[in-house]
Design a protein around this ligand. Sequence first.
Ligand code: ATP
Length: 239
Amino acid sequence: MDAPLELKEVWAAYPGGRGAALRGASLRLPPGNLGLLIGPNGAGKTTILEVLLGFVPYQGEAKAFGLEVRDHPREVRRRLAYMPQALFFPPDTPCRTLDLVVMGRFGLFRPWRRLPKEERERALAALEHVGLAEKADWPLGHLSGGQQRKALLARALAKGAEALLLDEPFASLDPEARLDLAQAILGLREEGFTILAVVHEEELLSQADRVWFVREGRVTPLSPPFSRLAEAWASLCGR
Ligand code: ATP
């Protein structure tokens, strides 16, 4: 990837929503960087990810890989991987961990036919990468919450995505699972992935390259060092 993820003066509103969810939001995340979006509920953090995915109409400039998202939504979505908020697979989910990883490749080969050997190997390698190889044939819903998130990271890897958009990856995970997932995310950055994550937790904060505070649809860059989330938040909220 040779271009940043970038918003310039983006205004966005959900069809049928009450007013603008983003009000002149700007940010720039260089390739290979880890960027975090923090801020209160309803601030517009998820909307930023959804604009980059081409899910929400916007005005201004929103670019991924140098492409204006509204003009190239399919190409952009092919090169991005998205971990949506609060995605959880219940125990009776009728697929295996490996199937979830392979699904990241749908569109690149024909689904519901016998899985090509190279696709299986690719998916297994991605699971191996995040330390889940031995769970490949487990029912997906039998994995813990943290393992399910790692399986979603493996799906992004198998897809061949260049950048990852993660929406609250740590939500409802215990401290050990958060730490484990944070290590996996940092490992992906080491390998050159560009990662933009919405977080309410501190796990990745001190390791982030960029942090933005989002409030009422506006984006403020924070200055490093990014160590004390609560303090930065309080000063930005004028408390
Ligand atoms: P949280 O931390 O609670 O996930 P957020 O910062 O991600 O919040 P967004 O989900 O981006 O906030 O929401 C921004 C604004 O857009 C909010 O006012 C919300 O009510 C509105 N909004 C979000 N999704 C929709 C939708 N599908 N339709 C209409 N309005 C929406």
